[in-house]
Write a protein that binds this ligand. Structure first.
Ligand code: SAH
Length: 345
């Protein structure tokens, strides 16, 4: 979101080299500049092995591309840290870092807001402001690394926004994080979560990038799902399941089904039975998430007894299942809530 300028952070090393050749420079300068970008500099003048004349030329044509940390909240309960980052146009996004043992997992936002309209989600309440560009997704990771002084090992695309509704930028982001001399984070350490945009799941499968795919199922019944997820009016559960089989066929990766349990809405035996029928024999795993209540809606978590019963039923029927407890509950629980509370101020 820099008008008329080229954002270098949006490029792979090869592309950056080509760009330098285009502006009449030597290829190796591209590699030098590339490594500066990943040392997270803010200004071309910090590139002290690059001649002044080239730095001036770069300044005319391009920007490095930086988002800036606005706020960081640290959970006192676990290793979760929540960040608010300010984009170049003043928009604010939320990023979460989960720092446990040797792993550092970052949950990145993909859009400013979201237009999917899931009833229980805080990110979508004000709709979509805009898509993030690939480098704005990438820079969330670079900035967390800089801030914590630790290499990011895993990425989950589960922050605000729908990655498959910002498809081109999400794909470019995946390409950028894979770069050897960049962040070098492998596909197997990346999870993309979608509310179930079937056509795009198939497109993604065709690319055969072996990332982990997570599907926000939240109900195995179309009618019930439509009440909590408007996207269900467009795609049926059955179509999602078919697309998942297609994805597994192409990538050989196990699918994760996210299931946010809402008291009295989707937490009964009827749902558990249907889930077993749908997923039987599939290379998959179910992640039960007790709903994180948001201020604007009156959804509640089921009692722990119900949650355990739901889990036990799936287990008994050989569906691998875990309960994901929400982390950082003391620092503005559900995704999108922190950003909202700040934007409202
Ligand atoms: N758009 C993507 C990523 C969004 S958020 C998607 O829909 O998958 C990641 C997960 O958190 C999704 O499964 C989403 O449905 C879930 N989620 C959102 N708000 C929640 C809340 N208040 N409580 C529990 N889960 C929530």
């Amino acid at each position: 979101m820099y008008k008329g300028k080229f954002v270098l952070k949006n490029l792979t090393e090869e592309e950056l080299k080509d760009f330098l050749v285009e502006i009449g420079e030597k290829k190796f300068r591209g590699s030098q500049i590339y490594s500066w970008i990943y040392r997270n500099i803010r200004d071309f003048d910090e590139m002290n092995n690059i001649p002044k004349s080239l730095r001036t030329k770069l300044q005319e044509h391009a920007v490095i591309g930086n988002i800036e940390k606005d706020l960081r909240l640290d959970s006192k309960i676990d290793g979760t840290k929540k960040y608010l980052f300010r984009l170049n146009d003043g928009n604010i996004i939320e990023t979460v870092a989960m720092d446990y043992d040797t792993r550092l997992t970052v949950c990145v936002s993909n859009q400013v807001g979201c237009r999917m309209g899931c009833r229980f989600c805080a990110s979508t309440i004000d709709g979509l402001s805009r898509n993030l560009e690939a480098w704005e997704i990438l820079d969330q990771i670079i900035k967390v690394q800089e801030d914590l002084g630790k290499r990011v090992s895993n990425i989950v695309m589960m922050g605000s926004g729908e990655p498959l509704d910002n498809y081109e930028n999400s794909i470019r982001f995946l390409k950028l994080v894979n770069e050897k001399n960049g962040l070098n984070i492998g596909n197997r350490h990346i999870t993309l979560s979608t509310c179930g945009i079937v056509d795009r799941i198939r497109d993604l499968a065709d690319l055969e990038i072996p990332i982990n795919l997570a599907i926000s199922l939240h109900s195995p019944f179309d009618e019930e799902r439509q009440k909590i997820m408007p996207v269900a009016n467009k795609y049926k559960v059955e179509q999602i399941i078919e697309a998942c089989h297609y994805y597994i066929g192409k990538t050989n990766r196990r699918i994760t089904f996210e299931y946010s349990l809402i008291k009295g809405v989707n937490d009964s035996k009827k749902e558990a039975e249907r889930i077993v029928k749908l997923l039987k024999g599939m290379l998959c795993h179910v992640n039960l998430i007790p709903i994180n209540p948001i201020e604007e809606r009156d959804f509640e978590k089921p009692d722990i007894l119900y949650i355990n019963k739901f889990k036990a039923y799936l287990e008994k029927n050989n569906i691998p299942v875990t309960i994901r407890n929400s982390m950082g509950a003391d620092i503005s629980g559900a995704c999108g809530q922190l950003r909202r509370s700040v934007s409202k101020r």
